[in-house]
Design a protein around this ligand. Structure first.
Ligand code: GRF
Length: 206
C-alpha cells in the first residue's frame, strides 16, 4: 500500500475481542492501519482497558451525558475528526447511530455483525439463527447507514451450524471468523482509499 497507514477510530461497548484482533494484525505487520482512538459508550467496557494498555487514546462518551442523540454523535464525530480518523469501525458498538455521525464520515463507517445479513439483524443474532434452525449462519462486515445492520454488505463468512450447537458454541465459532474477516476488510478498504487518493492527486495534477 502506498501512503501512511489508515487512521482508524474504533467504537466499542464491551469485551473488545474484535479490537484485539485488529491490533494483533497491525502489530504483526499484516494490516497497514493505526488505531488513533477507541471510544466506548460504556465506561466500564473491557475494550477501553485493552486500548489504554496499548497506549491508545481510550475515551468513554456516554449518551446520557448529552441532551440528545445529535449532540452525543457530534461529540463522537469531533473526537474522531480531531485525530484524523479516516475509517470508523464499529466493533461491538451496541448503539444505533444516526445522520449526525454518518454524514461526517460518508461511506467510511463499517460494522461487524454475527450473522449472514440481511438475516438476523439486531440483538442475539446467534440465538435467532438457532431458533430458526438455519443450517448456515456466519458473520458480515457492512457499511453503516441509519437502518440497524442495514447498510451495503462488504464481505461475509459462512459458519455451518452443528448438531447440538448452543448459543455459546455457535457464537464462539462465528467470533473466530469475525476476527479474521474484520481486519481483512479494513485492509482492503485501506488499499482502496489510498488508491483513490493517488488517482485524485494524479488527476488534479493533470
Ligand atoms: C461481536 O459478535 C460483534 O459481531 C457484535 O458484538 C460482538 C462484539 O464482540 N456486533 P467483541 O466486543 O469484539 O468481543
Amino acid at each position: 500500500m502506498t501512503g501512511p497507514p489508515l487512521a482508524l477510530g474504533v467504537l466499542v461497548s464491551g469485551r473488545g475481542s474484535n479490537l484485539a484482533a485488529i491490533l494483533d494484525q497491525i502489530k504483526a505487520g499484516r494490516l497497514a492501519a493505526q488505531v488513533r482512538v477507541v471510544i466506548s459508550d460504556q465506561p466500564n467496557a473491557p475494550a477501553l482497558r485493552l486500548a489504554a494498555d496499548q497506549a491508545i487514546p481510550a475515551l468513554a462518551i456516554q449518551r446520557r451525558s448529552f441532551a440528545n442523540q445529535e449532540s452525543f454523535e457530534a461529540r463522537v464525530a469531533a473526537e474522531l475528526e480531531q485525530r484524523g480518523v479516516e475509517l470508523v469501525v464499529l466493533a461491538g458498538f451496541m448503539r444505533l447511530i444516526g445522520p449526525t455521525l454518518i454524514d461526517r464520515f460518508p461511506g467510511r463507517i463499517i460494522n461487524v455483525h454475527p450473522a449472514l445479513l440481511p438475516s438476523f439483524p439486531g440483538l442475539a443474532a446467534q440465538q435467532q439463527a438457532l431458533a430458526h434452525g438455519v443450517k448456515i449462519s456466519g458473520c458480515t462486515v457492512h457499511f453503516v447507514n441509519e437502518v440497524m445492520d442495514g447498510g451495503r454488505i462488504i464481505a461475509q463468512t459462512a459458519v455451518p451450524l452443528l448438531e447440538g450447537d448452543t448459543v455459546e458454541s455457535l457464537s464462539a465459532r462465528i467470533l473466530a471468523e469475525e476476527h479474521q474477516l474484520l481486519p481483512l476488510v479494513i485492509g482492503r478498504l485501506a488499499e482502496q482509499i489510498r488508491a483513490e487518493q493517488v488517482s485524485e492527486d494524479g488527476s488534479s495534477q493533470g
